[in-house]
Design a protein around this ligand. Sequence first.
Ligand SMILES: Nc1ncnc2c1ncn2[C@@H]1O[C@H](COP(=O)(O)OP(=O)(O)O)[C@@H](O)[C@H]1O
Ligand SMILES: [Mg+2]
Length: 687
Amino acid sequence: MNTVTENLTDQKNSIEKLTSPHSNKVNILMVDDHPENLLALKAVLTSPNYHLVSANSGKEALKCMLKQDFAVILLDVQMPGLNGFETAKLIKAREKTRHIPIIFITAISFDMEHVHEGYSVGAIDYIMKPFNPKTLKYKIEQFVKIHQNHQENIVQTDRERIVELNEMNKRLDRTTLNLRRTEALSKAIGETIVDTILTFDDQGSILSVNPAVKSMFGYSSEELIGRHVVGLFKEWMGTGVQASSFSFFTSIKESVGRVIESVAVRKDESHFYADILIGETTIEKQHLFVCSIRNVTERKQIEEIKKLQFNNMEQMVEKRTEELLRANERLQNEIEERERIASHLYRSQERFRKIFESSPCLMAIFSQKNLTFIEVNTSWLNFTGYSMEELENHKINVKNFIDESTGKPINLDLKIRNKKISYKTKNGDIRDGLLSTEMIDIHPEPCTLIVLTDITETVHLEKEMSRLDRLNLIGEMAAGIAHEIRNPMTTVQGFLQLSRNDSANLSTEIIDLMLEELTRANSIITEFLNLAKNKVSVKKKQNLNTILEALSPLIQAEAFRASKHVKLELNQCPDIFIDQKEIRQLVLNIALNGLDAMSSNGKLTIKTYTEKQAVILEIKDQGHGISPEVLQKLGTPFFTTKETGTGLGLAICYSVAKRHHAEIDIKTGDEGTVFSIRFQLSASPNQ
Ligand SMILES: Nc1ncnc2c1ncn2[C@@H]1O[C@H](COP(=O)(O)OP(=O)(O)O)[C@@H](O)[C@H]1O
Ligand SMILES: [Mg+2]
């Protein structure tokens, strides 16, 4: 750079020298050893455009030329010391002055030898003395013009060159600056970057490596220079790369500009994942590769984790989706189920409504809170005689529902099952019913459902049957009883007739005998009347044996009439809840059937005993037994094998047993029949 500036300064100076000190004037050097010649020349050439410099010898001329530049030199050939040709040679020898045109002025001869010599040293022209001043002036003018043009061209070219050079200089400055910056930057990058950056030639030999290699590979830069780059990798572009083969170059070329995933090997032979990026360049016709190696183990791990997480997430999403699908399916099923339930509900509601409406039972729903009717069915209205308006939203009158066992109004707070009640209709009729209640929730109100089965007709029928049966019993026994009563009467009558004639015969024994006979007749009549009486009786805790003892004369009388025997085997029994009237009817029915089945002299045994929390009444006959066909129909009302029978006896017995929660067991055969009636000790009066 310095030299360029210096050259430029020189050039500038030479231009200045040419024109200075008279800046607009052209320097012209005149050399002649004769001062008059010089004067003559001066006289011819004097011009405001010229600055004429005179020199008396070649030597002086050379001195002048050192000081300043000249546009043209007029040189005398013949001079003492350095002659004109020698001076010209020296001028032409000097680089700075060789371009100045020289005009030789000679008076000697104009032969060809001189001319040649003059040309050979570089003269431009010759002027012969004596010269024509005009011609000289003209020639000088022409030379000056040529010189000026030449100088101008030079100056112009120099200026252009200066501008160009300046421009180039600036560019160079910038380039140099950039280069230095880049150099510093790349140095800094090379030293500070964590990636390993190495260069290698087309044989794979490592040329340079940055300091990062130490921490990444464990090698120092020096250890790696000259080694093969492939040695740094366990795996690089698959197995295709061979350390020293032609294929190395081609495969490396192929991988230029691509990021290659690889596994790098450290000095200690441990491995790490690396991303390799190769770039190529050519410096002085030599192929050079730049390779950056980045440790991506962490990234790989993160990728692995991410992959894992992604997989997990995918699984989770899959699971969730599955769950959702299942849930959806469940929901769908549930919806279907609900729809089904809803339609089922609707249907069952419909059914319930129909059942409720068309049920022959009296049904009503009332609120537990204020006991008002919410709904009643048609049967309720029909049986009670009330209209819907009279009941709906009206309070239920519990006094109209009387518990038959206690005679008190029913308690609707409790759950009731088939309780026998009597209820009052609008017009005051009392009817019988079996009442059940159920607590139900009709959202949001707690309610009670009453179902009442009207059994007025059944009760009436049963009463009728019982009455009929009793009539039958009475009828059956009437004859026997008459006989039984006549017997003691005959005895008493006999004794009384005897004692009428002879009162002494009426001993105490006879009187006692008569009284006994009368008492017996009385007890039979009492029992008979008891049977006939339609008195109401309810269950009381009493002894079965007592009833049997009281009843025995009546049975005895009946047996005696038909020449049969009755035996009582009454063992001690605890008291039980029984209805005396009903039990009497039951015993008589079974006992009379037994007597009917036996022929003369047959024995009927009536036995009581206790067994397993039960009192057992056993009535055993020695009759013909019951055939299976008859046994099957036993208890069916109006079933009889007797000519004058009613077929009501056993039907009544079964209903009595049921009311007493007693079981009737029959054992029959050729030897006779045994009726066992088992009364539970635990049975309560109300059940
Ligand atoms: N102890 C018995 N031995 C044989 N048959 C019996 C006995 N008890 C009942 N029967 C049969 O059962 C039938 C029904 O008896 P019951 O109901 O008392 O009616 P009835 O005595 O009026 O015929 C009788 O007709 C009889 O055939
Ligand atoms: Mg009978």
